[in-house]
Design a protein around this ligand. Structure first.
Ligand code: GTP
Ligand code: MG
Length: 201
């Protein structure tokens, strides 16, 4: 596995939690990894860590648990993906409640890494999550994933289109590929910058 921006740092898997307001000790800045199922959340975490800690799967739609990783000065929370078609209504309701409660009630949240597939247009569910993020007013870093799947010119075009569609400042939108490492260091730096900024606010 190629080195990542946090390769040299210790990373600890804290645990898997069903409760969106679970208290983590010590209190540190927290970021969630949010995005539709299969968008590449766990792969991106592993690319940041420079090691395989998060489980990557080809079969989405697993239990709605929050997987928590602790780095030197902050936590990363891997959430289950939304938008997976083949789950029961009950599971979908449970998932929606988990994310809604987390975004509304989790006072310790510092920021969000919001993942979108570079090749797709934002779905209605992406838009619903965008609205919840706007409501909460958290700093958002959008990671456009799987950039390796497009040639350079198309990549740049999609980047411009998605910056428009998401109505986010360009500096908050990053092309990424967990496969080639594109944009992973930059994303790591952005996370550290938000941590430093929010920590001193
Ligand atoms: P859930 O946990 O099920 O919601 O999925 P996830 O968002 O964590 O996605 P995951 O990291 O498990 O990746 C899903 C699939 O996409 C896997 O087959 C990965 O190998 C693939 N994948 C993830 N990132 C990339 C990437 O940057 N490039 C390419 N080509 N494939 C990727
Ligand atoms: Mg995952």
């Amino acid at each position: 596995m190629r080195p990542g921006p946090f390769s040299a740092l210790p990373v600890e898997f804290v645990g898997s939690f069903p409760n969106p307001t679970v208290r983590l000790s010590p209190t540190l800045p927290e970021f969630i990894m949010l995005g539709r199922s299969n968008v590449g959340k766990s792969s991106l975490l592993n690319a940041l860590f420079g090691r395989r800690l998060a489980r990557v799967s080809d079969t989405p739609g697993r239990t709605a648990l929050i997987n928590v990783y602790r780095l030197a000065g902050f936590y990363l929370l891997d959430l289950p993906g939304y938008g997976f078609a083949r789950v029961s209504h009950r599971e979908r309701d449970r998932y929606q409640k988990l994310v809604r409660d987390l975004l509304r009630q989790r006072t310790t949240l510092t920021g969000v890494v919001w993942l979108l597939d570079l090749r797709r247009d934002p779905s209605p569910e992406d838009q619903e999550h965008a609205d919840m993020l706007a409501e909460r007013g958290l700093p958002v870093l959008a990671a456009l994933t799987k950039a390796d799947k497009l040639p350079y010119a198309q990549r740049q075009r999609r980047l411009r289109e998605l910056i428009q569609a998401l109505a986010l400042p360009p500096e908050q939108v990053q092309l990424t590929s967990s496969t080639t490492g594109l944009g992973i260091n930059e994303l790591g730096e952005s996370l550290l910058a938000v941590t430093a900024r929010e920590g001193t606010a």
